[in-house]
Structure formats: structure tokens, C-alpha cells
Design a binder for this molecule. Structure first.
Ligand code: GYE
Length: 310
């Protein structure tokens, strides 16, 4: 401060930590585990922050309970990875009334007042689905029927809504594409294995599997193996999968999976930057998308996969 004498005593420091309450969806997939790791590593290693994470085990009611606990605890900011889009208006209004800022991450919320949160950071899920559909259009001919088996993630989650929309829109544009069935796999390997095993007892006419995440793809591959249905390069079914985790990329390089659409979970550092900007009183964008690409076997090599962080 101007006019202040410098002394040898250290400046008094305000060592109150900035407390973040984080409601995470669950631990349903490898993507989610990588996302949790990115978040905890980013904040737990920083002495300026106290990071409290609660796992909602894929239930929105659990998220409401966590958020209300965070309000009572008087945290400085609440981070929410919403399980599904609908149903957030009331609880977000409560957070707003308590004067606590909110950041929505990964998936989105459908609220009529988007002043209820500072920003929404995550993937462009519709864009991901469009990339998959564009790839399929190049890989199939217009004069043959293409039977697509669609494995869906948690119904009502942005990742499901938008990946589904992209496929359904593309099917409307290609008169030879048919969605033979939509099976509910809840983004987990176990559920996908179960529904696929059942489905394959009666059906085998599948040209493409459009699977809304890697873990469901792994479950489906196991079911295909047991039913004697081949897939991947030289196989009967083309596989399109979302997330592009290390394991899926390995399958892709080996020719077992045809297309991996990347969904980047490592945005802890980017969230921290946004929070710092907010704390400095800077304007932050309302919607932030993370960078992503697609991979086919020809795009991959050992070195790339070994270095993959998730
Ligand atoms: O694709 C899936 C996860 O919302 C992006 O949720 C996320 C999705 C991801 O469980 O693996």
C-alpha cells in the first residue's frame, strides 16, 4: 500500500482456503474414473483449495442431497456433473438464493434461467455424434440397407440425448439406414453385456453397432464373442464407440473397433482456470467445449496409446 513502511515481518496472509463442493455422477465408466482423477489431482494438490467430492452413484436424488449439504456447509463454489438434464430448477434456485456460484461440467442442465450457473464446460456431444455419422456415411454404400444397433447410455443425460440425436438425424438423411433396435446400457459394461446377450439370442442381422460409450462397447464385444458374431476389420459388424479410452484405442489399433470418437475427461485444469478467472472478477464464457477428435486404426500407434492418460 502506498505510504506503508516495509518491515522485515512477513505480510499477514489470509490462509482461508477456497472450498469447492463437487457432486460427481458416479463411477460407471473408465471415462468417469479419469474425470474424477483429473478433478481431484487438480484441486487436492493445490493448497489454496479444499476440494470435497461426493459420488452420486448415478442417482439425481443423491446429487440434490449433496448440493443441499454443500449449501449448509457454506462452500465457496459448487461444481455439478449432472446425471440427467431435467429437474434442476429448484435446487439450483436454492444455491442461487444462498449466493453460491455454480459451475456445470461434463453434461448440461435444462433450466429456463441460465443465470443459475456461471458456465457449462464439457464436450460437444452433438458434434461427436455427427462425426460418427459422417464417418459411417463414408464407410457404407447408398444402395445397401445398413442395420444399426444402437446402445444407449443413461436416458436423459446430455451425452445420451445428443449422441442419440445425431444418429437419429443422420438416419433421417439416409433412407437406407435403419436403427434395428435401441438397447439401454446405462453407460456400464455389465448392463450392456446383459442386454446384448439377450438381444443376440433372437437377432443377428447387425451391420453397425453404435455404442454411446466404451464400457458398453466392451460388454457388447463380449456378447458378440459368445454369440459367435464377428466384428471390426474383416468382421460382420462395424463398431463405433464414444470416449476413446486407452483400452478402446488398443482395440481400435488391433482392428476390433472401427471408430473411436474422443470424449476428453481431463478438464480439471481448465475448470481451475475458469474458477481463477471468476475469482479475479473476470467475465467467463457461458459455454466451454473441450478439444476432441476421432480415431481409426490407421491413426494409431503403440507410442500414442502408451502415452494416453485415460
Ligand atoms: O461418455 C460415459 C460416461 O457424460 C461424457 O458419461 C460423459 C459420459 C461418457 O459415463 O463414459
Amino acid at each position: 500500500m502506498p505510504g506503508c513502511m516495509k518491515t522485515s515481518d512477513p505480510e499477514p496472509t489470509d490462509n482461508k482456503k477456497f472450498v469447492i463442493g463437487f457432486s460427481q455422477v458416479g463411477s460407471e465408466s473408465d471415462w468417469r474414473i479419469a474425470n474424477t482423477k483429473s478433478m481431484t489431482e487438480t484441486f487436492s494438490n493445490d493448497p489454496e483449495y479444499e476440494f470435497v467430492m461426493e459420488n452420486a452413484r448415478q442417482k439425481q436424488e443423491n446429487q440434490f442431497a449433496s448440493v443441499r449439504r454443500f449449501i449448509l456447509d457454506g462452500v465457496d463454489l459448487i461444481l455439478i456433473a449432472p446425471t440427467v438434464e431435467e429437474g434442476w430448477q429448484t435446487v439450483l434456485q436454492e444455491v442461487h438464493d444462498a449466493g453460491i456460484p455454480v459451475i456445470i461440467m461434463d453434461r448440461s442442465v435444462a433450466v429456463w434461467d441460465n443465470n443459475l450457473y456461471l458456465t457449462n464446460i464439457g464436450s460437444n456431444f452433438l458434434g461427436q455424434g455427427k462425426k460418427a455419422a459422417d464417418w459411417l456415411a463414408k464407410e457404407t454404400s447408398d444402395d445397401e440397407q445398413v442395420n444399426i444397433l444402437h446402445l444407449q447410455g443413461t436416458i436423459g443425460a446430455t451425452a445420451q440425448i445428443m449422441r442419440t440425436k445425431a444418429l437419429e438425424d443422420a438416419v433421417k438423411e439416409h433412407s437406407n439406414w435403419v436403427i434395428s433396435s435401441q438397447l439401454y446400457g446405462d453407460f456400464t459394461e455389465a448392463k450392456a453385456y446383459e442386454v446384448m446377450t439377450d438381444y443376440l439370442k433372437e437377432n443377428s442381422d447387425i451391420d453397425v453397432l453404435y455404442s454411446e460409450n466404451d464400457n458398453m462397447t466392451f460388454g457388447a464385444m463380449r456378447a458378440f464373442d459368445e454369440a459367435g458374431i464377428t466384428y471390426g476389420k474383416g468382421g460382420r459388424v462395424k463398431i463405433i464407440t464414444f470416449d476413446a479410452t486407452k483400452e478402446a484405442l488398443q482395440y481400435c489399433m488391433d482392428g476390433k473397433v472401427d471408430l473411436c470418437v474422443e470424449c476428453n475427461p481431463l478438464f480439471g485444469p481448465q475448470i481451475k482456470e475458469l474458477i481463477q478467472q471468476y475469482r479475479n472478477g473476470e467475465q467467463i464464457p457461458k459455454q466451454v467445449y473441450v478439444d476432441e477428435q476421432v480415431f481409426e486404426s490407421k491413426d494409431l500407434d503403440r507410442d500414442f496409446i502408451d502415452k494416453r492418460e485415460y
